[in-house]
Design a protein around this ligand. Structure first.
Ligand code: F6P
Length: 368
């Protein structure tokens, strides 16, 4: 089979660097004489080829990817509610999840696509693997600000998110010191604390609470009080949205809605409310939220996205499907999609990063 038409889609939460991948894929594919269909909103544009929210499925030209390298977001649109294996449909006024993946297979044939490049996080890679098992020629490209895919050393988006969170800590340091306050900064990270850990280290925070190390409020209070007794009456505590107390659960907005991921909500405010009566300082809480997902990508994320896009086209040209491109520093390699979805990268509580953080005075709120 010779390749002449491919599709590209971006799935899951957006992150800085997605446009770098799209640009690289289009530039390299067009140079080979291939047509590139930009599929709208993840698999939405494959489930229904007439689907149109704001971008629409469209054939991409080189002109479409000019000037997009510094732009956050994705020019294709994305969705984290379009799993074709658990797609929400309404029947007799009742919403239910249904497997509509056959539609994707039929539409790939209808559109004449010889292959599809799927850019996404763990959820999108799982969908890509399932679609590959149904016969779609698919190549995965990993993205996530959460840095929680073990099959690649880094995902693009993470460095930019960490820089944004670090900038937040720098700003909080100023006002915390002026007012002698305890500042809580909640950052993203549902299952893993990579953003919290890296930002806490880069920003010189004093407490870092992550999902991998359940915390005790007494330990956090002890860390804050120890600083006060050393003549440092202000503290910065960074907390991942998925962090939980040793005797409690992660803070959720409520039960998972049909077709959606569980929504984390309130970890920072819960910590702030617990701390306030136990420390002598005022406590203020900042939730950084989706600010971490936007903005211009760092040079690292632009280059990684570009290298991933180039390698995805190499994989398509080699008919090397069912693979995900990955960084094994300094090389870009291809790994089976199965490997990509099997292994989550979590923070090792006794690993080198956590040790270095502890050695420079960061409390993880454990023990006692
Ligand atoms: O997976 C990236 C992520 O940013 C998580 O850290 C966060 O919980 C989630 O996306 C939020 O997604 P949504 O866009 O649905 O609010």
């Amino acid at each position: 089979m010779s390749i002449s038409k491919i599709g590209i889609m971006t799935g899951g939460g957006d992150c800085p660097g997605l446009n770098a991948v799209i640009r690289a894929v289009v530039l390299k594919a067009k140079a080979r004489g291939w047509d590139v269909l930009g599929i709208e909103d993840a698999t939405e544009g494959l489930i229904d080829v007439e689907y149109h929210s704001s971008h629409g499925n469209r054939w991409l030209e080189v002109a479409d990817v000019r000037q997009i390298l510094p732009r956050g977001g994705t020019i294709l649109g994305t969705s984290n509610r379009s799993d074709p294996f658990r797609y929400v449909v309404e029947r007799n006024g009742v919403k239910q999840e249904q497997d509509v993946s056959d539609r994707c297979v039929a539409n790939v044939a209808r559109l004449g696509l010889d292959a599809v490049v799927s850019v996404g996080g763990d959820g999108s890679m799982r969908i890509a693997k399932q679609l590959a098992d149904k016969g779609i020629n698919i190549v995965g490209v990993p993205k996530t600000i959460d840095q929680d895919l073990a099959a690649t050393d880094y995902t693009f988006g993470f460095a930019t998110a960490v820089q944004t969170a670090t900038d937040g800590i720098d700003r909080l340091q100023d006002t915390a010191e002026s007012h002698d306050r305890v500042m809580v900064l909640e950052v993203m990270g549902r299952d893993t604390g990579w953003i919290a850990l890296h930002a806490a280290m880069a920003g010189g925070a004093h407490v870092c609470l992550i999902p991998e190390i359940p915390y005790r409020i007494e330990s956090v209070v002890a860390a804050v009080k120890a600083r006060r007794s050393e003549g440092r009456p202000f503290s910065i505590a960074v907390i991942a949205e998925g962090a939980r107390p040793a005797l409690g659960a992660a803070a959720l907005a409520g039960p998972r809605k049909l077709g959606e991921m569980p929504k984390f909500f309130g970890a920072g405010h819960r910590l702030g409310a617990e701390l306030e009566p136990l420390v002598e300082s005022d406590v203020r809480v900042t939730v950084l939220g989706h600010i971490q997902r936007g903005g211009t990508p760092t040079h690292f994320d632009r280059i990684l996205g570009t290298r991933f896009g180039v390698e995805a086209i190499n994989a398509v040209a080699d008919h090397d499907f069912g693979k995900m491109v990955a960084l094994r520093t300094p090389e870009i390699v291809r790994v089976p999609l199965q490997e990509a979805i099997e292994n989550q990268r979590v923070v090792d509580p006794s690993g080198a990063m956590v040790m270095a953080a502890r050695d420079t005075g960061i409390s993880f709120g454990e023990g006692q």
